[in-house]
Design a binder for this molecule. Structure first.
Ligand code: MOS
Length: 751
């Protein structure tokens, strides 16, 4: 790898798309213009289970501007077979097929699409549609289904099942001198990105479609469209240049995409379909989860047994899964471990990956339990984590490619001032507020996925790098530009990244925090190949000053290629391309995980999160006054965008700790707070000081460019640190998230 790494990579560069975004020039899926555009509005079911008996469309059809109304009785042609509806990241089961039949599977399920000349006409007409149902009994309450929990199918889940038990956890637990066994609950949460789902399907004629869709994967969504509608892949181009957040909700194609394409093909017109904020609550959620964690230790705090059982919600039609309990087998050293994970089926939409899916739930429970154990032991909670440090992944017996977690503990504690912490709960006060300090470890996968990229040098010396990645707010545009600029020693303005388009080189969905490592390495590989080509052309030229040089001896910078030991000896790129009669030169690069290496190593990102809370002694109102998150994430390509990812993750973790909860009226099977007024996410007033630290972590195995992911690690552990802080402040332990005032008021004082 030839990289000098001083020009751009590692610098806190501003977002290259920042100006476009703040000036409104960056176009989102529902903003693209199209001629004779029609607007679709989705009508939702008002029951959670049953059948449609009849739909009265008469009044809606009379509304001026209405062009067509689609229901299950006249929906357009689409694939019948389940498997045609499976996208790249579908869980096992039967993918949801909109308007497939009269069957209702969840409240808010689309039952009709009104297409009209204006959005307002479509929405108005939609309000006039009357649906008669045959109502079946439903259950949306996990508590009532726990006794029907089952072990999910492994096939095609893509999610590692819990490891086999090791040692004898029950016996070790029984024999240990200090132990706790606690139940935790994480209530359902809903993704609420700023940009709501929308698709603009431009009908190009000749059976060709250009689709602007809000998605985390242009190629996944494009593949879904071609499969469901039986179209050729050359006929469908799917664009997602800018994505206004998604947090996992855009990993799978969402219903508006189906509707926009279906209506467009049927009506041979361009169609836009957008979801309302309320409808955003019907497209998947972080599943309601019950957990029981049992921990036992010797008197020195060494863990003797870990047992962690989880039951999570899924839908009737898919077995949505995530790795919830697996973390408990690898975060700490322990010889006796038993972990179980089960699902229970509810009459809801299928849950959906939400930022650090599984880890956020499971690590929160483990880290709260460990905190509880620390008080039983009388050992500082940070010290307890150090005592039980895991040197390898004990679930798989693999070595970590790197794990600078000890440095996270040290640097985080130093920045936070942890050594000044009073050990006992209710031991710190500020005026009439109790003060509490909590800590948690965070851990998330550092994946490398298969990805491809191209790099193109123009004869004016500028560079273009391309890969079908998405930028969901993470900074992908920027870091790929930086990598290209670094490789060719160019100013950022001379490098153009191309992403967000299904026609670009192959990319996985943007998820799992793998994009920087995967697409970044692919771009690096393409740039390396391009430099090689350039060097070959240069050295073959008549009287070339590089004729006797090897590739290792040269450097490309400022539109020249030259000898490192004698920069005067070199050639201008323009000169080389001119001599070769080329206007541009393109090379491809690709990356995929090394299977040999994967036998021995496993990669994770780690963090230590410290939170300070102030709790009003009379009212139990909680304020999170300070958070320090120290992360070990390999090489940091851009400390500015990287920091933003951690900030966003911590804010979301505070939301999980204190605010976020989808509330269902189980008699109706209906989410009652499907709006920003009643589904609380942190506002600016809820967020105070957040400090982000990146510790040094060299990792030459995790990915060719030494990068781990950052999109998700920021949320993992944040809620537990806050919860542990609340206990430290109040002496009250709330094990049911979010920790709202009523729960603190009702919790017994433990100390
Ligand atoms: Mo993330 S939940 O993998 O988009």
């Amino acid at each position: 790898m030839s990289s000098i790494e001083q020009l751009h990579v590692g610098r806190p560069t501003n977002r290259v798309d920042g100006r476009l975004k703040v000036t409104g020039q960056a176009q989102y899926a529902a903003e693209y213009p199209a001629n004779d555009l029609l607007y679709g509005y989705i009508v939702d079911s008002t029951i959670a289970a049953g059948r449609i008996v009849s739909i009265d469309l008469a009044a809606a059809q009379r509304m001026p501007g209405v062009v067509e109304i689609f229901t299950h009785e006249n929906r357009g042609k689409a694939a019948w077979l389940d498997r045609k509806w499976r996208d790249e990241v579908a869980p096992p089961g039967h993918p949801f097929r909109p308007l497939h039949s009269d069957r209702i599977l969840f409240d808010g399920q689309p039952v009709a699409l009104v297409v009209a000349e204006t959005f307002e006409a479509a929405r108005d007409a939609a309000s006039l549609i009357r649906v008669a149902y045959d109502v079946d009994p439903h259950c949306t309450e996990l508590e009532r289904k726990r006794n029907e929990a089952y072990v999910p199918p492994k096939k095609r889940s893509g999610i590692p099942p819990p490891p086999d038990p090791r040692g004898n956890a029950e016996q070790a637990f029984a024999d240990a001198p200090v132990k706790i066994s606690r139940d935790y609950r994480v209530n359902p949460e809903h993704h609420n990105p700023m940009e709501m789902f929308g698709s603009t399907c431009v009908y190009e004629g000749d059976g060709k479609l250009t689709i602007y869709d809000k998605t985390q994967g242009s190629q996944n969504a494009q593949g879904y469209v071609t499969s469901v509608f039986g179209l050729g892949s050359d006929d469908v181009r799917l664009v997602n240049h800018y994505v206004g957040g998604a947090f996992g909700s855009g990993l799978r194609p969402q219903q508006q995409l189906f509707f926009a394409v279906m209506a467009s093909l049927e009506l041979k017109r361009s169609v836009r379909v957008t979801l309302t904020r309320a409808q955003m609550f019907h497209i998947g959620y972080r599943p309601d989860t019950y957990q029981m964690v049992s921990l036992a230790a010797d008197r020195d705090g060494r863990l003797q047994a870990i047992m962690h059982d989880a039951v999570a919600a899924t839908s009737h039609y898919e077995d949505y899964q995530e790795a919830v309990v697996n973390w408990s087998g690898m975060m700490y050293h322990c010889d006796n471990v038993k972990l179980t994970y089960q699902l229970a089926k509810l009459d809801t939409a299928t849950p959906c990956d939400m930022r650090a899916p599984g880890a956020v739930i499971g690590v929160t429970a483990l880290e709260c339990a460990l905190d509880e154990l620390s008080y039983e032991l009388g050992i500082d909670p940070l010290e307890l984590r150090r005592i039980n440090f895991a040197e390898k992944d004990e679930n798989t017996n693999k070595e970590f490619t790197s794990k600078a977690l000890m440095e996270c503990y040290r640097a985080g504690a130093a920045a936070f001032g942890w050594e000044r912490r009073a050990p006992k709960p209710r031991g710190m006060k500020d005026g009439r507020e109790l003060v509490g300090w909590g800590v948690s470890t965070g851990m998330w996968d550092a994946f490398l996925q298969k990805a491809q990229a191209s790099a193109t040098l123009k004869d004016d010396g500028t560079l273009e790098v391309a890969t079908a990645a998405s930028d969901i707010g993470t900074g992908t545009w920027t870091i790929l530009t930086q990598i290209g600029a670094e490789a060719f020693g160019l100013p950022l303005d001379d490098v153009k990244a191309q992403i967000g388009d299904s026609s670009l080189p192959m990319s996985p969905v943007e998820g799992g925090s793998w994009t920087a490592a995967s697409n970044g390495s692919a771009v690096q590989a393409a740039c390396d190949a391009l430099k090689q080509s350039l060097f070959k052309l240069a050295s073959k030229m008549a009287n070339s000053p590089l004729a006797d040089a090897r590739f290792e001896d040269v450097e490309v910078r400022d539109r020249r290629i030259f000898r490192k030991d004698d920069p005067a000896r070199g050639l201008a790129i323009a000169e080389i391309m001119h001599a070769a009669e080329l206007h541009e030169l393109t090379e491809q690069g690709k990356v995929s995980p090394s299977l040999i290496q994967m036998m021995k190593y496993i990669s994770y990102t780690h963090s230590a999160v410290f939170a300070e809370v102030h709790v009003d002694e009379d009212l139990d109102v909680v304020r999170v006054t300070r958070v320090v998150c120290a992360a070990a994430a390999g090489k940091i390509l851009n400390p500015k965008t990287a920091r933003s990812q951690i900030l966003g993750g911590v804010v979301m973790g505070i939301g999980m700790a204190l605010h976020e909860e989808g509330m269902t009226d189980h008699r109706l099977g209906k989410i009652m707070n499907a709006n920003f007024g009643e589904y609380h996410i942190p506002a600016h007033a809820d967020i105070a000081d957040i400090e982000v630290i990146f510790v040094d972590e060299k990792d030459d195995k995790v990915s060719p460019i030494g990068v781990k992911g950052l999109g998700e690690i920021g949320i993992v552990g944040a809620a537990a640190a806050v919860a542990n802080g609340i206990y430290h402040a109040t002496g009250k332990r709330v094990r049911d998230f979010p920790i709202t005032i009523d729960k603190i008021l009702n919790a017994p004082l433990l100390s």
